[in-house]
Design a protein. Structure first.
Length: 461
């Protein structure tokens, strides 16, 4: 009786027919219970040539400088009090490698006697109203525009006046020949106002904060891309006709996540700004080539179509393939017909073939439960030749998935505007495989793409 009970499980697993066909009923391996999320975080360096148009600087300058733009109420330090108002729109142009500023101004100055200005020996008030043309050597260093200006021309809209006994007395005939004594001080005060208003660091932080918001690169698979800025490097700026150009280097973390939307936000205070003489041109971005288990199963099933695997007078066909992940390995379920019917289970490590851009499975072998059954029922199927032939067909191309991932990323490099007045362009070249991760529902190949990127600022609010 004891022998009978020992044989009963085997009889339940293997049913022999008169034709010699054997049926295998193996235990199905369970799926992994991992959280359905995969991610890759890398530290990357993004090179972004940055252009800021003179029109943008002009716009920011006019927005910052309104009404009273300079006031000095201390008469004792240099024997001069001064107020400067902007009376109309400032216009900027490039002229021989310098910035020409046309600034409509009204100037009020109180001069203390003893200054030897116009031969005065007491305190007098001067009123100037006109358009001053400045010619400035401009540098954009550490995100702040610094100018050193000289007054190139003055056109009076009203005659300059000197207040004497409470009356404004025209002094055009006197002020024009002696204006050089006054020009340096006015130019210096206007430079101070320009430098104070043209700090572009807050705008750069606004751009980085916008870029750091998670981007949904694939709605179908819930694939997200998030940039985490860490350090910003910048070269000194160069005035090039209608724009100021510089190279911006961004050291950042890049996270590609499939499954759950990453948190938004950036710590503005944690980002450090550093000067650099030269920056590399190459940018590395992460691409997720995503395949569902169902799609991969269909592709591999096509590989087996029409194939027979033989051993002596025994023949089997693979009718259908199913895939899922378990503990970092791929489970491959092969539904068989022929000398053996039923489903056998293989296990392998997913790998990437860079030549054919295919996913294949290394160390492919029968799972233990299946192996135990075949040892008793169909030992010939354990032969290395058959499993090697099966392994050749257990592969599929991810070229379309890579192209889709690249296409999704290129959207953000084709005149992409994350905020008003900011435009991003770029390109992606050679793709390099990084790693494969398995989630409950997806096979994800992480690919690195090298390319170029540039940012243009023109028309921000």
């Amino acid at each position: 009786m004891k022998t009978k009970w020992l044989l009963l499980p085997l009889l339940l697993l293997i049913v022999s027919a008169c034709s010699g066909t054997q049926q295998i009923i193996a235990e199905k391996p369970t799926r992994s219970s991992n959280v359905d999320m995969a991610y890759k975080t890398t530290t990357s360096f993004i090179s972004m040539p940055l252009e800021i148009s003179l029109r943008e600087i002009e716009q920011q300058l006019n927005k910052s400088l309104n009404g009273l733009i300079y006031e000095d109420t201390n008469l004792e330090d240099d024997k001069t009090e001064m107020k400067i108002w902007k009376t109309a729109t400032i216009q900027l142009e490039e002229k021989n490698g310098k910035i020409q500023s046309i600034i409509p101004l009204k100037i009020w100055a109180k001069l203390k006697y003893g200054t030897d200005f116009l031969g005065l020996n007491d305190t007098r008030e001067i009123n100037l109203n006109g358009t001053i043309t400045l010619l400035s050597d401009a540098q954009l260093s550490n995100w702040t525009m610094n100018t050193q200006s000289t007054i190139e021309d003055v056109v009076w809209s009203e005659s300059p006046t000197l207040q004497i006994a409470g009356k404004n007395v025209p002094i055009t005939y006197i002020i024009n020949p002696t204006l050089s004594l006054f020009k340096a001080k006015v130019a210096q005060k206007i430079d101070a106002a320009i430098n104070k208003s043209c700090d572009f660091k807050p705008y750069v932080l606004d751009v980085l904060e916008t870029l750091s918001k998670p981007l949904l690169t694939s709605e179908a698979y819930q694939a997200w891309f998030k940039l985490i800025p860490m350090e910003v490097y910048v070269t000194d700026a160069v005035l090039d006709k209608t724009k100021i150009a510089m190279n911006l280097g961004l050291k950042c973390g890049m996270t590609t996540i499939v499954g759950q939307q990453p948190k938004s936000g950036m710590d503005r205070n944690a980002i450090s700004f550093k000067a650099a003489a030269k920056l590399p041109e190459r940018t590395t971005a992460s691409i997720a080539a995503i395949t569902t288990y169902e799609n991969a199963s269909q592709l591999i099933s096509q590989n087996f179509k029409g194939q027979e695997f033989t051993s002596g007078n025994r023949k089997i066909k693979v009718e259908k393939v199913a895939l899922w992940g378990k503990d970092g390995r791929m489970i491959i379920a092969l539904n068989l017909s022929g000398s053996i019917t039923g489903t056998i289970y293989l296990s392998g490590i997913p790998k990437y073939d860079p030549v054919n851009k295919e996913i294949y499975f290394e160390n492919l072998d029968y799972v233990l439960n299946t192996k135990g059954l075949l040892t008793k029922a169909a030992n010939w199927l354990l032969q290395g030749y058959i499993i090697r032939k099966m392994q050749e067909s257990c592969r599929y191309s991810i070229r379309p998935n890579m192209e889709e991932g690249k296409k999704n990323l290129l959207y953000y490099l084709s005149n992409f505007s994350p905020m008003k007045g900011v435009f991003i362009n770029g390109s992606i070249g050679e793709l390099e495989f990084e790693k494969i991760e398995l989630t409950n529902d997806l096979i994800i190949a992480f690919i690195n793409g090298n390319g170029k990127m540039n940012v243009k600022i023109d028309g921000m609010d």
